[in-house]
Design a protein around this ligand. Structure first.
Ligand code: CP
Ligand code: NVA
Length: 318
């Protein structure tokens, strides 16, 4: 299967991956070596630390080899036509992970290539991140021994709320879709003109068991944070958008959405702070919140490895 969009996994798939990731990370579950003898191309049109490292290490742990194709020689979406590019690459490798600008480049890789394609981030979606985020929230509850955290089905069968404050970008798009599928109330507070894509908001509402009540999008940062189990944000300027807006204008527009200690205090007792990283302390959140006791950003980053390993073994190459 391809994994271009959060909706490529249904709720049962997601719950299985979350439980399996716990077993892999904490109970020594063996995923085997489904990638033995296989080569996976990793096409990177933008910089990356977490995705590059986790995808590479996961592929190797599953017995496979990685061929990295960087921005300087991708010709992705320009130069050589995608029809030949994808067909040629997939005649020699067994799968592709790609980080791209336009999401349509991933769709073209899937259409014209003959092997599974995994989205390593596009301007529209970052589904490996949202899968990891769902796992990280579940893991944190399980480690704390919170009620109803025995299994992913139990945890996500109980009323939960996530907050996102900031830019209506790829991160909140994927978070909304996963939250909707898992039945988590998601409240995104974004500045005027920076709301998430209305088509994806509608798609998330259609998917959510609570409909429009389950997916809230407005400008009220305090209401979003109120009673949340998890409060998150992302950089105010995504890759590829640098220079589109003057930095002072960015700070003026997004400043009222900063996650600070007062906003964290609005969450449920035990609420956690999450950020996919890289972060800019002093902008989307204070340094105090980023590195404070409620922050689980380092566990979240490490979990990119465990979740992608499970996904590759169980769904993509399983
Ligand atoms: N969160 C994330 O995707 O990080 P990288 O850009 O470092 O891969
Ligand atoms: N929204 C950010 C996420 C980085 C992991 C970007 O696209 O740059």
């Amino acid at each position: 299967m391809h994994f271009l969009d959060d909706r490529d996994l249904n709720r049962a798939d997601q719950l299985d991956l979350l439980d399996t990731t716990w077993r892999l990370k904490h109970e020594g579950f063996d995923l085997g070596a489904p990638l033995a003898g296989k080569t996976v191309a990793m096409v990177m049109s933008k910089p990356s630390l977490r995705t590059r490292t986790s995808f590479t290490v996961a592929t190797r742990r599953l017995g496979g080899e990685i061929l990295e194709i960087g921005a300087h020689n991708t010709k992705l979406g320009k130069g050589e036509d995608m029809e030949e590019w994808a067909a040629v690459l997939t005649s020699m490798v067994d799968g592709i992970g790609a980080r791209v600008h336009g999401h349509e480049d991933l769709e073209a890789l899937a259409k014209f290539g003959s092997k599974p394609v995994v989205n390593l981030l596009s301007d529209k979606l970052h589904p490996l991140q949202s899968l990891c985020d769902a796992y990280t929230v579940f893991e944190s509850a399980k480690k704390q021994g919170l009620a109803n955290s025995g299994s992913a089905a139990e945890y996500f069968g109980t009323s939960r709320k996530w907050a996102y404050l900031g830019d209506g970008n790829n991160i909140i798009h994927s978070m909304m879709l996963v939250a909707a599928s898992l039945g988590v109330i998601i409240h995104a507070a974004c500045p005027e003109g920076r709301a998430p894509d209305p088509a994806l908001v509608k798609a998330a509402r259609d998917l959510h068991p609570a409909g429009a009540d389950g997916v809230r999008v407005d400008h009220d940062a305090n209401a979003a944070a109120a009673d949340a189990d998890m409060i998150s944000t992302d950089t105010w300027v995504s890759m590829g958008q640098e220079g589109a807006m003057d930095r002072d204008a960015v700070r003026a527009l997004f400043g009222p959405f900063q996650v600070d200690a007062a906003r964290m205090a609005l969450g449920k007792p035990g609420a956690v702070f999450m950020h996919c990283l890289p972060a800019v302390p002093g902008e989307e959140m204070t340094a105090e919140v980023l590195r404070g006791p409620q922050s689980i950003i380092l566990e979240q980053a490490e979990n990119r490895l465990w979740t992608v390993q499970t996904l590759l073994a169980r769904k993509i190459f399983g």
